[in-house]
Design a protein around this ligand. Structure first.
Ligand SMILES: *Cc1c(COP(=O)(O)O)cnc(C)c1O
Length: 364
């Protein structure tokens, strides 16, 4: 070969293809394809972000101290055990870079978040897929997939794109039965939307064990996806290594100012939770009444299953909705070719989607 060649495994990666954005479409477009915040960011976050326009030439604080302290207060965790990054996506990659290499295995579940196989394969490690039950991660199936080579178990809880979650008791049972040298990564991007009493994001488990890490993001309930900020909370030995490997200035200043203001605006946060609970339930009910199956969701989106009947498939529905400016997420890449994922929006698009689906299901 007369040109640079990527490491083994890299070219086996299927590039992540984001959902349609609606960019370039005519008329009104409602983007309900990326689980972005229905109510948008806190006005206080926008204000704090705007103020940072003065001072763009200055490097941000590489230790993200003020941001970590704000996270520490908000979550009742030690800021020393927090690392911030360019969305939680960056940090999941960093974790994979640290712990995975050729010959190692990392487990995710059938409809797990697509970033996991990408991070695993980027490091020449082997992806192991554990089957789900009712579109939900199955602890016994994960444990069955464990071998002496298993270095990481990736678990989005609640999961994207299914919206299902694993109870705190089950996550604890998983941790307890995994080998101590296997890192359990709890990706809690949607934790803010799950108010069920039997759910935990993983904070306690991280505190109690030496081999669990939790990832969080400001992209979802905080409505700050554009500025790219996330964090992990983990045991000191892991945090120490992540801090050695990460880019020294991996959290940008304007993003941190916005996120600090957002954490302080608990009113906006609660409004976003209330909005989501109300409209998630409404969308689930209304769409179920049309004869479609909706997987019960603990997140800010729902998974809608379509029949295989000619003219009524998920692809047909996607085309029908897109024509009306309603952009949902096709999830065939998640092994869900007969489903579409709908992010909870504001009242208007929520109602428009239900009306359009009623028409779609009624039409010959
Ligand atoms: C959106 C999402 C994230 C967060 O990604 P960012 O890089 O922080 O924007 C992480 N995990 C899952 C499962 C997600 O859906």
């Amino acid at each position: 070969m007369s040109r640079p060649v990527p490491k083994p495994g890299i070219l086996d990666i299927a590039p992540y293809v984001p959902g349609k954005s609606g960019a370039g479409m005519h008329g009104r477009v409602f983007k309900l394809s990326a689980n972005e915040a229905a109510l948008g960011p806190s006005p206080k976050a926008v204000e704090a972000f705007s103020r940072t326009a003065a001072g763009l030439e200055i490097y941000p604080d590489g230790s993200a101290r003020l941001m970590r302290e704000a996270i520490g207060r908000a979550f009742d965790i030690d800021p020393a055990n927090v690392v911030c990054g360019v969305g939680s996506g960056e940090l999941l990659h960093t974790i994979a870079n640290i712990y995975l290499g050729p010959g190692d295995e990392a487990i995710h579940t059938t409809h797990g978040f697509l970033l996991y196989p990408i991070a695993t394969m980027s490091n020449g490690a082997t992806n192991v897929v554990a089957p789900e039950t009712n579109f939900t991660a199955d602890v016994d199936a994960i444990l069955k997939a464990v071998t002496p080579r298993t270095k990481i178990v990736w678990l989005a809880n609640p999961n994207n794109p299914t919206g299902t979650y694993v109870t705190a008791a089950e996550v604890r049972r998983l941790r307890k039965n995994l080998p101590p040298q296997t890192l359990l990564v709890l990706d809690a991007a949607y934790a803010d939307f799950c108010s069920n009493a039997d759910y935990e994001a993983g904070i306690e488990l991280v505190k109690e064990t030496d081999n669990t890490v939790m990832a969080r993001t400001f992209s979802k309930i905080h409505g700050l996806a554009a500025v790219r900020l996330g964090f992990i909370f983990g045991p000191s030995h892991l945090i120490d290594v992540v801090n050695r490997v990460r880019d020294p200035f991996n959290s940008n200043g304007p993003a941190m100012q916005a996120a600090i203001a957002s954490l302080a605006d608990t009113e906006h946060y609660k409004a976003a939770q209330t909005h989501n609970e109300k409209w998630r339930a409404w969308l689930t009910d209304e769409i179920s009444k049309l004869g479609l199956t909706v997987t019960p969701s603990a997140a800010n989106f729902i998974l809608i299953h379509f029949p295989t009947t000619l003219g009524k498939t998920a692809a047909d529905a996607d085309a029908f909705l897109t024509k009306r400016g309603l952009i949902l997420r096709a999830v065939a890449a998640y092994k869900l070719p007969q489903a579409l994922r709908l992010s909870v929006g504001t009242e208007e698009p929520n109602r428009l989607v239900v009306e359009a689906l009623r028409e779609f299901m009624g039409a010959a």
